[in-house]
Design a protein around this ligand. Structure first.
Ligand code: PMP
Length: 361
């Protein structure tokens, strides 16, 4: 079935598909937002109209994610990659923090952490080709660890935590590729960060959710833009925030609230992923899943084919059917189907059908 506006099934790992109703609303409001006579991109971030946009984006995110009052919500820039540095700059400071590395992004976080102290790799999934996770509860944390850092969903390898860990050390988490894809117990975390460009909006916006108690540990004398406390005191307006991204994030959040919240999102995400994992599991080993069962990501389904040639042939076939972005990351090879919240189940079904067709040849 054709998609609206001749859109194709976009399996991009991010930036990625956004909900069509959100794009339509943004289009309709592009030149004149709410009778202000100007578009959101063109308005002062200090204007009354914009104040309303950012305030309701935050309020709706608080409702959607059940963020308690003793947590701040920050709209920052610099991507999740900047958080790899900003976290240790504020909280590591020559000390030790434990890092759990379940894939490529966790490894990057360690590299940045080591510039500010001892980013101790407590567990590394490398020997298993990053196909599994480890229960954080099973690990012995370093004495006086400032925090433990992990990645809920490793976007490249397609391994995901499906439960919020309970640990006795401040928990810092990169939730870039699965934020808002399932209900989360925010209370388990001290700091969560996520680039917006997968489940929440366009690139250029980074969401940070941080507990007040943890925020109090930020020392004086930080560079202003890297100072979580200053950013919080200025309600994300220390400098010009990514105004358009926050606006879109607000629309996406409203859309999620109106479509069953995070329980609804999780249900849809499970159904979508199941369609593709079933096609893998029923292929008599032709398609091989990268992740072990318990760690299978609902956001990035990774799998390989018997060889490079068949992979190329298969990708070509998918492209001929209007399926875009399925080539896996070069470090894993094979294919990766990124199916974030806004990706339609019909696209998963077309992919599964194409997989069956190709394997049968
Ligand atoms: N962490 C994860 C889990 C990611 O998927 C990505 C981007 N794909 C990043 C960090 C880096 O994000 P950014 O490009 O926004 O800096």
């Amino acid at each position: 079935m054709a998609q609206p506006y001749n859109r194709i099934y976009n399996f991009s790992a991010g930036p990625s598909t956004l909900p069509v109703p959100v794009l339509e609303q943004a289009r309709d409001e592009m030149l004149n937002f709410g009778g202000t006579g100007m578009g959101v991109m063109e308005m002062s971030h200090r204007s009354k109209a914009y104040e309303q946009i950012i305030k309701s984006a935050e309020a709706d995110l608080r409702t959607l994610l059940s963020i308690p009052d003793n947590y701040k919500v920050l709209f920052l820039q610099g991507g999740a990659s900047m958080q790899f540095s900003m976290v240790p700059m504020a909280f590591l400071r020559g000390g030790t923090a434990d890092y759990v590395v379940t894939g490529a992004w966790g490894k990057k976080a360690v590299e940045a952490g080591n510039l500010e102290g001892n980013a101790n790799v407590l567990w590394d999934g490398k020997s298993g080709a990053y196909s599994d996770i480890v229960e954080l509860e099973s690990l012995r944390f370093s004495q006086r660890a400032k925090y433990v850092h992990f990645t809920t969903n490793e976007t490249i390898q397609g391994v995901e935590y499906h439960q919020d860990p309970s640990v006795s050390v401040p928990l810092v988490c990169d939730m870039s590729s699965d934020i808002c894809s399932r209900p989360v117990d925010i209370l388990k975390y001290d700091l969560i960060y996520a680039g917006a460009q997968k489940n929440m909006g366009p690139a250029g916006l980074t969401l940070v959710i941080v507990k007040d108690e943890f925020l109090d540990k930020v020392p004086d004398g930080m560079h202003p833009m890297f100072d979580y406390r200053l950013q919080a005191e200025n309600e994300s307006m220390y400098n010009t925030p990514p105004t358009f991204g926050i606006y879109i994030c607000g629309l996406v959040t409203k859309y999620l609230l109106n479509t069953g919240g995070l329980e609804g999102a999780l249900k849809r995400n499970r159904e979508k992923a199941q369609v593709i994992y079933d096609a893998i599991d029923n292929s008599n080993g032709f398609f091989k899943p990268h992740a072990v069962q318990r760690a299978r990501s609902l956001m990035n389904v990774t799998f390989t084919l018997p060889d490079e040639e068949k992979t190329k042939e298969f990708i070509k076939l998918t492209e001929s059917k209007g399926l875009d972005g399925l080539k896996g990351h070069r470090s894993v090879g094979g294919c990766r189907a990124s199916i974030y919240n806004a990706f339609p189940i019909e696209g998963c079904e077309v992919l599964a059908e194409t997989m069956r067709e190709f394997a049968a040849r």
